[in-house]
Design a binder for this molecule. Structure first.
Ligand SMILES: Cc1cc2nc3c(=O)[nH]c(=O)nc-3n(C[C@H](O)[C@H](O)[C@H](O)COP(=O)(O)OP(=O)(O)OC[C@H]3O[C@@H](n4cnc5c(N)ncnc54)[C@H](O)[C@@H]3O)c2cc1C
Length: 341
């Protein structure tokens, strides 16, 4: 049997995306996962190139979006299955100023491919006094399905999956390279726990609302994402204090309070999920090689927009490892070398 050249530690969005990039390059790998991927499973998978608060483009969205689209469509071809859902995003305006700002920006060269027309949602259940602006995007990723169907695919390709935590004391063999994709659990990693992750706890609820039927995502300080069968994922909360990926009554109540400001319709909460986002204080991903261990690599810090970031930066990391192509300074972990003892 061929020796494994790569070991991926962690089967969340980061690890699974990296696995595909290695597969596309015909590089053999095996995977360790402690089966605790609550972050990727809780995620809505929304790919939003716009920062609504300031109505600006999200960091490098123009570069990231086409790469993400091409990547996920290529994965769909291999899987012969859909993982991207074609949903638009409707930003509900909170004032006439917000609507005017959208209208004045949408034809500017920077925004014209991303900001769509101002419309009204003709549905009495949705409070949208000032209308909505439609974001043009590539859809959203069914994150849970991406992990499960990718794993089935790779198992069929004889990839070894070890469903247990990685043993940090094990020695690397035969020039094997280990890439840690551990999300917020990086704090347990003795090699990379110096990296300054500032995890952000987040919760979502899933509601059943039998009297409404939307196709697109609604956003007004929160998202309401249709899942089909009158089910909607509603989120998310942001909490920088809570360290465990467990749900809270307060999180659920906060989400329902905000939801009630958008929707007037009976609904029932049928599920409640939580996860810890691997966020970094400078809001940039963390990738690169360990300064003292050339066989150890990290891919982390996907934060709140992991789906848009992961394809572009896993490709960059793989090119760095295989061809020595330099990493962008903004994402290279070398920026945090001063924290290494
Ligand atoms: C409520 C919520 C909503 C979100 N919505 C969106 C959204 O709409 N769009 C978007 O782009 N992003 C969203 N995100 C962010 C997105 O989920 C993250 O950026 C992304 O999932 C992080 O993926 P990851 O693989 O780095 O971490 P994780 O998903 O946490 O995966 C890490 C995996 O590594 C495993 N692991 C860790 N350490 C070890 C070890 N030592 N040995 C073996 N296995 C190990 C864990 O068990 C886990 O399975 C959301 C997040 C939350 C919490």
């Amino acid at each position: 049997m061929e020796a494994h050249k790569f070991t991926i530690v962690g089967w969340g969005l980061a690890g699974a995306t990296l696995a595909w990039q290695l597969y596309f390059k015909k590089e053999p790998f095996k995977v360790f996962d402690s089966n605790n991927n609550t972050c990727t499973n809780a995620a809505a998978g929304i790919i939003n190139p716009i920062v609504f608060k300031r109505l600006t483009m999200s960091w490098r969205a123009q570069e990231l979006l086409p790469v993400a689209k091409q990547f996920f469509e290529k994965v769909e071809d291999f899987l012969e299955d859909k993982i991207l859902d074609e949903k638009g995003i409707n930003k509900i305006f909170t004032s006439i100023e917000e609507q005017n700002n959208w209208s004045s920006k949408k034809n500017l060269p920077l925004f014209k491919n991303y900001l769509g027309p101002v419309e009204n949602i003709e549905n009495t259940a949705v409070i949208n006094e000032f209308g909505v602006g439609k974001v043009k995007t590539i859809g959203n990723l069914n994150t849970k399905k991406f992990l499960s169907v990718s794993k089935i695919f790779f198992l069929q390709q004889q990839v070894e999956f070890i469903d247990s935590p990685f043993d940090y004391s094990s020695n690397s063999v035969d020039n094997e390279k280990i890439i840690f994709c551990e999300g917020a659990e990086i704090h347990q990693n003795p090699f990379f726990n110096y990296l300054p992750l500032k995890p952000t706890h987040g919760e979502v609820i899933i509601i059943k609302a039998p009297q409404i039927d939307f196709k697109d995502i609604l956003n007004k300080n929160m998202f309401i994402m249709p899942l089909g069968d009158n089910l909607y994922k509603v989120g998310a909360t942001y909490n920088w204090e809570k360290k465990e990926p467990t749900t809270t009554e307060k999180g659920k109540q906060d989400l329902q309070d905000k939801l009630n400001e958008i929707l007037i319709t009976p609904y029932e909460v049928v599920a409640h999920l939580a996860g810890i986002r691997p966020t970094v204080s400078d809001r940039r991903p963390l990738l690169g090689v360990h300064p003292q261990h050339p066989e150890l690599f990290v891919f982390n810090g996907l934060g709140t927009k992991g789906v848009m970031l992961a394809p572009f930066f896993t490709q960059q990391l793989v090119d760095f490892i295989l061809q020595g192509t330099p990493l962008d300074n903004e994402v290279n972990i070398i920026r945090y070398e001063k924290y290494l003892n």
